[in-house]
Design a binder for this molecule. Structure first.
Ligand code: PLP
Length: 407
């Protein structure tokens, strides 16, 4: 139900304002905090209106699988922050990718995406959709020429994630948008890590912005959610018909949690990124650390592009390699650092106000062969850190517990 009209606001408001003000109109009760509408059905005013709504000739809610006012508020708010005409919310980040692929592809179509994308994204496109005849080519994230060379007449979508997990690889959104549009394809960008606070891909030519709302949009590790932000035309003509019949919709309660999450997104991302930069600088100087991956550091291979594309801020996620003489020792040493934590969480999620650490080689990337992992640049000594809101001194002390006692 993306065509619902939001509560009227004057033109020209800034994203921070839109993040706390954009929503469906208040109910007759005048609630200041957005209402949570927990209902699966909607009472129709009369049979004729009901008929028109079901025929799609009049806007109005009919059934919970096709729309809900709380979900609409989240969609309007996120679209306003991303600068797109519309958005469609889904039950998780992966279900938003499902919705995009189902809505835009048919057998024989081709997708180009990067080898450093989220693991489930690679499996969904490369394995699951391949069973239905969708073809795909995997390219190195930062190699613009490789993206261009991979395009075929049947290419419908270029799908990029920037920065990526856990290596924080960046890609040039504007360059990929050119390649996509010259080929008559759409550029989709997974904007999970940068969020619209740091990066608005639509202003660089992207057609579809995909989110895992589970991460920074919620921001406090509570609910699963996802969304696609795009033009009104794509949302109503392509995504909505599939949404109505597929059951991918976001639950109203989760939408309500996200509405509240969006209100603090700007200050959270800025504060968490500030801590991440300080931690990246500290880790880079630490004698037991071999390498730090963080777009905000001048040592990052795409630092200049990242700063240009991400409002001069590196984001809240970093990774680092613990020094070691071989892979076995690297794993042992990384485990020692993780097992020495007393405050921070060993937890495979990100985008939380609590700092979360993971060992990618044995978790998110554990199913890859050693050779595949090596090709992806993910070693046994790598630790990923999704920096939260704890005091920087406590962050250093908790990591120092393990790093300073390595045998
Ligand atoms: C978590 C994540 C996803 C998948 O989102 P879910 O909400 O877990 O389904 C997709 N892309 C990126 C970059 C992610 O971090």
């Amino acid at each position: 139900m993306s065509k619902q009209v939001p509560q009227p606001l004057p033109e020209g408001l800034h994203p921070e304002t839109l993040a706390v003000r954009t929503a469906v109109p208040r109910s007759q009760y005048g609630e200041n905090s957005e209402a949570l509408y927990l209902t699966s059905g909607y009472v129709q005013p009369d049979a004729e209106t009901s008929a028109q709504r079901f025929a799609g000739e009049e806007e109005g809610y009919t059934y919970g699988r096709s729309g809900n006012p709380t979900v609409s508020s989240f969609e309007m708010r996120l679209a306003a922050m991303e600068g797109t005409e519309a958005a469609m919310a889904t039950s998780s980040g992966m279900s938003s990718i499902m919705l995009m692929l189902f809505s835009l592809l048919k057998s024989g179509d081709h997708v180009v995406f990067s080898q450093s994308m989220f693991g489930s994204t690679i499996k969904l496109i490369g394995s699951e959709f391949a069973r239905f005849g969708v073809e795909s080519t995997i390219v190195p994230q930062a190699d613009v020429a490789a993206w261009k060379a991979a395009v075929r007449p049947s290419t419908k979508i270029l799908f990029a994630e920037t920065p990526t997990n856990p290596l924080t690889d960046v890609c040039d959104i504007a360059a990929l948008a050119d390649i996509a549009h010259n080929a008559g394809a759409w550029l989709a960008v997974d904007n999970c890590f940068a969020t619209p606070v740091l990066q608005r891909p639509v202003t660089m030519g992207a057609d579809i912005i995909m989110h895992s709302g589970t991460k920074y949009l919620d921001g406090q590790g509570r609910v699963m959610a996802g969304a696609l932000c795009a033009s009104e035309k794509l949302v109503t003509e392509k995504f909505l018909p599939v949404m109505k019949n597929s059951g991918l919709i976001l639950a109203p309660f989760n939408a309500w949690v996200l509405i509240k999450g969006l209100e603090t997104l700007d200050i959270r991302i800025r504060a968490q990124s500030e801590r991440a930069l300080a931690m990246a600088q500290w880790l880079e100087q630490h004698p037991q650390v071999a390498r730090v991956y963080y777009p905000g550091l001048p040592s990052h291979t795409q630092h200049a592009l990242a700063m240009r594309q991400m409002s001069g801020i590196g984001g809240a996620l970093l990774s680092f390699d613990v020094k070691a003489k071989d892979a076995a020792q690297a794993r042992e040493r990384a485990f020692h650092v993780l097992d020495s934590l007393q405050v921070l969480s060993l937890c495979t999620n990100l985008g939380d106000t609590k700092t979360l650490l993971t060992h990618p080689a044995s978790t998110s990337h554990g199913k890859l062969s050693d050779a595949q992992r090596q090709a992806a640049g993910i070693g046994q000594g790598m630790i990923r850190m999704a920096v939260g809101l704890e005091h920087i001194g406590d962050l250093r002390a908790d990591l120092g517990r393990g790093l300073d006692t390595l045998a």
